[in-house]
Design a protein. Sequence first.
Length: 331
Amino acid sequence: MTSQTSKAVHINQHGGAEELKLVDVQVGEPGAGEIRIRHKAVGLNYIDIYQRAGLYKLPMPLSMGMEASGVIEAVGEGVTHLKVGDRAAYASQPPGSYCELRVMPAKCVCKLPDAISFETGAAMMLKGLTAQYLLKKTLPQSGLKAGDFVLFHAAAGGVGLIACQWAKALGLQLIGTAGSDAKCALALANGASHAINYATEDFVARVKEITGGKGVSVVYDSVGKDTFLKSLDCLSPFGLLANFGNASGKVEPLDIGLLAAKGSLYVSRPTLFTHIANRESTQAMADDLFAMVASGKVTIPIDQTFALADVADAHRALEARKTTGCTILTL
């Protein structure tokens, strides 16, 4: 059994960005069903903020990070879809991607096509697979067809900009919200049909105006507390509110009677990790994402880059909503 030293980012307790510590860890050989991967780039996501701050409580000390790309260095027994030397990328549990080298379960690690760079691979897996399961799997009861209106909050964020492009490719009319005129312009440039600055406009009124009073078939909401109840008012009868994040805070308990009063509505709280719980689903979703990126219909906007050692600055920028698109950490 050989062991190598790797730089990694850990926290010892929940708290602010100051809790992020760069430490040396020992990395051994992969066991059955595992691989060892040397990272080339690491993705930053809002779920990292939730885990660090304690909204999602995990055992301490905690290795941070949910996605990365790199080169496979070793393969454990039973792993057949990857081999030493393969370029690879993943979004995966357990956390631990903020590092140079790690051993991890192989089931959610996918071979990265040569046409896609390591930087793009690291930036797109968690956010791109999230956009995929939202637009392709998290659907109102009538489904979605070309021409349908959908509302997407935080449309200038990492998931949002991918979703804007993907929705356009599907023929959907995506109404994006964002917190500034500049972010609204970015959403429009990436394929949103309409954009609403929710800092200066009543997004419910604007949605009703855009849709001729009918509302949208589905709302995709990663903002949470600040937008949840108003999002229900944007839905047409039998519409779906999919809350997949809590950037503004945890959603308060819901009076289920509101769903009846507002039009027999549906509410879902999906998570990516249910969708990528097995090898087959992960690969099918990744193949769909890779095809969209390779075709040029979806480009992955990497708008911020930080060194691994500067991860605390990256967290502060993301938490303050000073970022657009995707953010990566370089090694």
